[in-house]
Ligand binder design. Sequence first.
Ligand SMILES: [Fe+2]
Ligand SMILES: [Fe+2]
Length: 167
Amino acid sequence: MPLQRDPSLVPLSHDHHDALLRVFHIRQALRAGAELDAAATATRQFFARDLVPHFRAEEEVLLPVLRTALGAEHPLLAMLVDDHRMLERLARDLDGSPQRLSAFANLLERHIRFEERELFQQYQGHVPQAARADVEAGVRRILNRPAGAPKMCDVPEDVAPLKWRER
Ligand SMILES: [Fe+2]
Ligand SMILES: [Fe+2]
């Protein structure tokens, strides 16, 4: 049975979906051995436009609430921040090199699975309901994504026919 995502985490989970699509496209380019420079450029653009604010929302809004709920020394919290710093370094060095593209894609995928399966489960188990509305408001403010606002979607037409999705 699929896990129910708390509404306050839904904007972040939408970003995770987009990030996994980016991983899919990187791997497609790697398999074909073609368009690697284009894949690197698209990935750097995705990083700057989507992942920079996404990491900021997680670190400025989610992290303080999780520190209170789980304790500041909880190992999952250090992992969140360490992964972000490593992904930033890998994104900065990204070019058409297959090794760099696959290192970035592998870590991004692992990081998202870690957040969805472990970190968000901890959040849903330990962060009080009363704190969650503020989390959602803070995340949406940083992502500049008011509730119900459509967001331009990058997904190519052969992957998803809709150019716009409700966020
Ligand atoms: Fe993250
Ligand atoms: Fe995330």
